[in-house]
Design a protein. Structure first.
Length: 320
């Protein structure tokens, strides 16, 4: 497929549609001020889809909404081999900068985005996740990690994948099936090697880093009523389900964490004394509560007194 066959105004939509048809549903946003120029060639070796894509600078995103529209699709692991130009992939809070000659893994079952800041050429290999036969935790650790030709399994995998992409249409069906098995085995080995470098729980692994980013985001937007799990997940390019999984090891859910932090800030402000003490309604609105009655109930449940009683001096530290 090439955009040369399409009118200038239709190129981006046509390119998004082509990538979505041959790979997985994605959105494309050009990063240049001119009509997008792109071309792609795809082949299939057994259960492995091989696509060579060349295009102008663009951002390619697989959002949670796109994933939700096709829930029955089989989960795929993608391997992107960068031939020319740079790629920056983000998934699960991890950011991988891939120079020419490197590769990166991604999981199509979860949101991700790839920025190509300049014209690029890349080989994309998609294969069913089930073929890898690796633990889900290992795969989650491996995605979003750039691998060069001199590290991990890159020295073996990169030349092999490059040659395979260049000669994919030369193989008979039986040979193609066997080569697909080789691809799955090599990618499994890469996942296992990357997972072997995973830090122990609680020592700053990818989940801890992402959870810290989520908490910082909550603090920055705490006073905004629109701060919801959906918005947080979208801002970090993850699904809402995965966001909730991040908080499974915490004492509270993400929604409860937001509410408790808002209540803490309200309690702090209502403890002020003097003529400039704010009103209860003003404090509630400032920290994201849109319903006065809901705020009052939540505050009493957390502190045992109403907001007005707290402000009048019935909270901790008040005189008996």
């Amino acid at each position: 497929m090439t955009t040369a066959w399409v009118g200038d105004e239709e190129r981006t939509e046509s390119w998004s549609r082509e990538l979505s048809r041959t790979l997985v549903p994605v959105e494309v946003v050009p990063l240049t001020g001119r009509p997008l120029d792109g071309r792609s060639v795809s082949h299939r070796l057994g259960c492995v889809r091989i696509s060579t894509v060349e295009a102008d600078a663009a951002r390619v995103s697989r959002t949670a909404a796109l994933i939700a529209r096709a829930p029955g699709g089989e989960a795929q692991v993608g391997v992107a081999v960068q031939v020319s130009g740079r790629a920056v992939l983000e998934q699960d809070g991890r950011r991988a900068e891939v120079p020419p000659g490197g590769l990166v893994l991604y999981d199509t079952a979860r949101p991700y985005s790839v920025d190509y800041p300049e014209r690029f050429r890349t080989h994309l290999f998609h294969l069913p996740s089930r073929l890898l036969a690796v633990p889900e935790g290992d795969l989650r650790h491996a995605v979003g990690t750039a691998v060069g030709p001199g590290e991990e399994c890159g020295a073996l995998l990169l030349p092999f994948l490059g040659e395979l992409a260049a000669s994919a249409d030369d193989y008979s069906e039986p040979v193609g099936d066997r080569l697909a098995g080789v691809v799955a085995d090599l990618v499994s080995a890469l996942v296992a090697q990357l997972a072997g470098d995973r830090p122990p729980p609680g020592t700053g692994g990818p989940n801890e880093h992402l959870l810290r980013r989520v908490r910082e985001y909550v603090e920055r937007h705490l006073g905004e009523p629109e701060l919801t799990p959906e918005r947080i997940a979208d801002a970090h390019h993850i699904s809402v389900r995965y966001l909730h999984r991040l908080f499974e090891g915490e004492e509270v859910t993400v929604s409860r964490h937001i509410q408790l932090r808002r209540l803490e800030e309200c309690a702090r402000e209502l403890s002020r004394r003097g003529r400039t003490a704010p009103t209860v309604s003003a404090v509630a609105q400032r920290w994201g509560f849109v319903s006065a009655s809901h705020f009052s109930r939540a505050f009493r449940a957390a502190y045992g007194v109403s907001p007005r009683e707290w402000q009048a001096g019935s909270g901790p530290g008040s005189a008996p």
